[in-house]
Design a protein around this ligand. Structure first.
Ligand code: ATP
Ligand code: MG
Length: 201
């Protein structure tokens, strides 16, 4: 069975939090591949400045190059306008001829799924892995899942992953303040940030 997992994100920049979660989920669910898909224009980050998609893509490529099970797709970056997860899941399913599609999301973001476009269909064609972020109590997600119909709630799986309290926001802030970002993300990505003067202005 072809099980493909999507790891979506702004990846501004990608960091070890993303990579650890992806690897953990790949192993636990015996996935064939994890496809990293940097967002084009995320509908929920309309008012925020985000880095050029090609820089974010390049950093994801650098970060994932040493894992043969990781792949990068420019599907959302090449799409005009805003990207919706439902369209991405449909595209990945077709492109990879996948029988089962998983989608990794931080557990904090998992409750927002219900505000997404075509959520009921989304939850029938795709299984969400809600990875715990540090500080997040899985109980509240589990409580919310209990109130949903079974055929929907079974497609959101909470999962504890090694806690890493790394965030892109913190990394951007550190760069801006001239503080070290070493060991928070791969060295190749760190070099890319310095060479291209990202996050300094
Ligand atoms: P920002 O601080 O800009 O929001 P971020 O660090 O949350 O960035 P995103 O690109 O927004 O990174 O995250 C992509 C996905 O990875 C989301 O589902 C998010 O919840 C998850 N994620 C991000 N950081 C971690 C982490 N340290 N551990 C587990 N999951 C994470
Ligand atoms: Mg985030």
């Amino acid at each position: 069975m072809r099980r493909i997992c999507i790891m979506g994100g702004t990846f501004d920049p990608i960091h070890f939090g993303h990579l650890v979660v992806a690897e953990e989920v790949r192993c636990r669910f015996a996935l064939e591949k994890v496809v990293f898909i940097p967002t084009g224009k995320p509908p929920h980050k309309k008012n925020q400045r985000i880095t050029d998609p090609l820089d974010r893509l390049k950093m994801v490529q650098l970060a994932t190059a040493d894992n043969e099970f990781f792949e990068v797709s420019r599907l959302e970056i090449d799409r005009q306008g805003y990207s919706y997860t439902i369209d991405t899941v449909r595209a990945v399913k077709a492109l990879y001829n996948a029988e089962k599609v998983y989608f990794i999301t931080g557990a904090d973001a998992a409750l927002e799924i219900f505000t997404w476009k075509d959520v009921e269909e989304l939850l029938t064609i795709c299984t969400f892995i809600a990875a715990t972020r540090p500080g997040f109590n899985l109980n509240s997600l589990e409580e919310s899942l209990k109130s949903l119909p079974n055929n929907i709630s079974k497609n959101i799986i909470p999962l504890e992953v090694p806690a890493l309290s790394i965030s892109s926001t913190d990394i951007r802030q550190r760069v801006k303040e001239g503080r070290s970002i070493k060991y928070l993300l791969p060295a190749s990505v760190e070099n890319y940030i310095w060479q291209n003067n990202l996050y300094t202005k």
